[in-house]
Design a protein around this ligand. Structure first.
Ligand code: GTR
Length: 326
């Protein structure tokens, strides 16, 4: 009676050994958002396509909710090869890859379509080259919409309304300069700490797109969302260069294709999620307003651009080329 299950078990073990060769590469992928977020849905599709297209030679496991560390930390882990993949926003990337700071200049893109035309064209490959010099291979670009300010105190109509408010920013000095230039105070802080800090009054506000404002629950505490659209920052699926070097050419081609389809999927899901998140926060009582004087926010950024160009003269051409892109 007992011989049979044992026999089955050994046959099973044997077939497993053939089905999943020991050589399968395990790639851990860092992501900051929850499972139902467009990025995560697309990363899961990426993982499935990679497994199929490489016939199981590469297995991607996606870790949501930033459980593998905060973003600046995760960028370092991917650079060192401790993690294989990250879905990174170019905001915190600026501290490591200087050229990507250009993407963090407020109002550098006129709208999301402009950002797509830039990132999907020749200029996008200049950013990929800069990333790969720092150990990161950008396989494709995700959307993260446009960011606006929200806070617990009042609607912002003009920069003067920001006076004295303390805003959380992502880890990048450029954002401190941006908030300073608007007459408010900036506190760089990890994304995961923002909810509690808003709740306890350590900060008065932050800035983000609708899906992040909603999925992070910041809207439960910050009831004023004022549309400034000051930042449009692309995100990458980035692979560790050291892991990439060890990946056979044939698999690289398949993985690149999977990353491109994941980006297409993410962009479609993104558009729908923006509308859903906006509706959800409004239903929860968030007052959303278009700022009265958008041009005042833009002109307040002139000194930020001037200081940035003075410090990074080699990046001026890149700025001008983006601005000149139709
Ligand atoms: C989100 C972005 C995250 C993270 C976050 C933040 O929009 O997708 O990668 O950068 O903003 O504000 O820290």
């Amino acid at each position: 009676m007992t011989a049979r299950p044992r026999q089955i078990a050994s046959v099973f073990a044997l077939s497993l050994a053939f089905a999943a060769p020991a050589a399968a590469e395990q790639w851990r992928a860092w992501a900051i958002h929850p499972e139902d977020y467009p990025n995560l849905v697309a990363l899961d599709a990426f993982a499935t396509e990679v497994a199929e297209a490489t016939e199981g030679r590469v297995e991607v496991s996606v870790y949501a909710n930033g459980v593998l560390g905060d973003q600046p930390d995760a960028i370092e882990q991917v650079r060192s090869g401790a993690l294989a993949v990250g879905n990174f926003n170019m905001g915190p990337m600026g501290e490591i890859v200087a050229a990507t700071n250009v993407l963090s200049l407020p109002f550098i893109f006129r709208d999301v379509d402009h950002m797509h035309r830039v990132m999907d064209g020749e200029i996008g490959s200049r950013f990929s080259d800069a990333l790969s010099e720092q150990g990161l291979v950008a396989l494709s670009w995700f959307d993260s919409g446009s960011r606006s300010f929200y806070n617990t105190k009042r609607a912002i109509e003009t920069p003067a309304d920001m006076d004295g408010l303390k805003f959380r920013v992502m880890s990048n000095d450029l954002y401190v300069d941006m908030v300073d230039a608007l007459g408010a105070n900036a506190t760089p802080m990890a994304y995961g700490e923002v909810y509690q800090s808003l709740k306890t009054g350590v900060i008065d506000g932050a800035e983000n797109n609708y899906p992040s404002f909603e999925s992070s629950n910041h809207y439960e505490v910050a009831k004023f969302y004022s549309i400034t659209n000051h930042l449009i920052i692309p995100e990458c699926i980035c692979v560790s260069a050291s892991v990439w070097e060890d990946t056979p050419e044939e698999d690289r081609i398949a993985i690149e294709a999977a990353a491109r389809s994941a980006a297409e999927m993410q962009r479609e899901l993104w558009a729908a999620r923006e509308a859903d998140s906006r509706a959800k926060v409004e239903a929860a009582g968030v007052a959303i307003n278009e700022v009265a004087d958008g041009a005042a926010f833009q002109s307040a950024m002139e000194p930020v651009y001037a200081a940035f160009i003075a410090e990074n003269p080699d990046l001026e051409t890149l700025i001008r080329d983006i601005q000149a892109t139709e």
